[in-house]
Ligand binder design. Sequence first.
Ligand SMILES: *[C@@H]1O[C@H](CO)[C@@H](O)[C@H](O)[C@H]1NC(C)=O
Ligand SMILES: *[C@@H]1O[C@H](CO)[C@@H](O)[C@H](O)[C@H]1NC(C)=O
Length: 221
Amino acid sequence: MAIAREQVYFTAFLLLLSLSELASSKSATEDPIPAEWPHQFHALMFMNRTGNLQKLDLWYDWSNGRNFNIIQNQLDHVVTYDLEWNNGTSFIYTLDPSHPTCQVIHVEVGILRPNWLDGATYLGQQRVDNFLCNVWEKVDFIWYYEDVLTRRPVKWIFYSGYTAHVMTFEVGAVLEDPNWQAPVYCFSENEKENNSPILRPAVPGGVLGSLMRGISARETM
Ligand SMILES: *[C@@H]1O[C@H](CO)[C@@H](O)[C@H](O)[C@H]1NC(C)=O
Ligand SMILES: *[C@@H]1O[C@H](CO)[C@@H](O)[C@H](O)[C@H]1NC(C)=O
């Protein structure tokens, strides 16, 4: 199941960031710092994972403690919904009537905070996707490109090469409440039994170990 891998990136990312917050030390340089994420926005993104292209609708809603990745592989009618709550519960499901699926996972960190890029290392300027960008790197996990003029994100790359190109960035756009309801089969007993939590770091020091186990467990799916 290809989609599991994307979920791993987002989840691994959250865990690493929560780790890095413990360890981050503020540098006293004059380097530019990335703009905080608006508390609510909608971004349409094109994703590239070693040549496999995806369309990803990102609905970031910090104000309501929720984040939605709605993902479709190129020319594939199946849409995968990755709904993340700030209490650590994520629902990953499809609504395809012929093949409804749902996985529920629990992690001990919530969604990305608006200031999640704090403490990133500035790498200078680079022209990417035809925009002059400031570039940062955070915890050897993500490279982040922000338009120098508008300070909007243009692109980011996970350590694995999984790349996001930001196509639209609508600040203040909010997805209406009914769309945030996971389908009923996410709450059935069978589903719960079949989908025991995979990523469950016990202590911050154990995060990386859990993470690696989580990744190898899920990448075989
Ligand atoms: C996707 O990424 C691969 C490298 O992993 C690159 O060769 C290819 O040109 C990219 N495709 C698009 C449409 O950007
Ligand atoms: C987190 O919040 C969601 C949405 O309200 C809920 O469905 C889920 O059960 C909650 N998880 C926990 C662990 O409380």
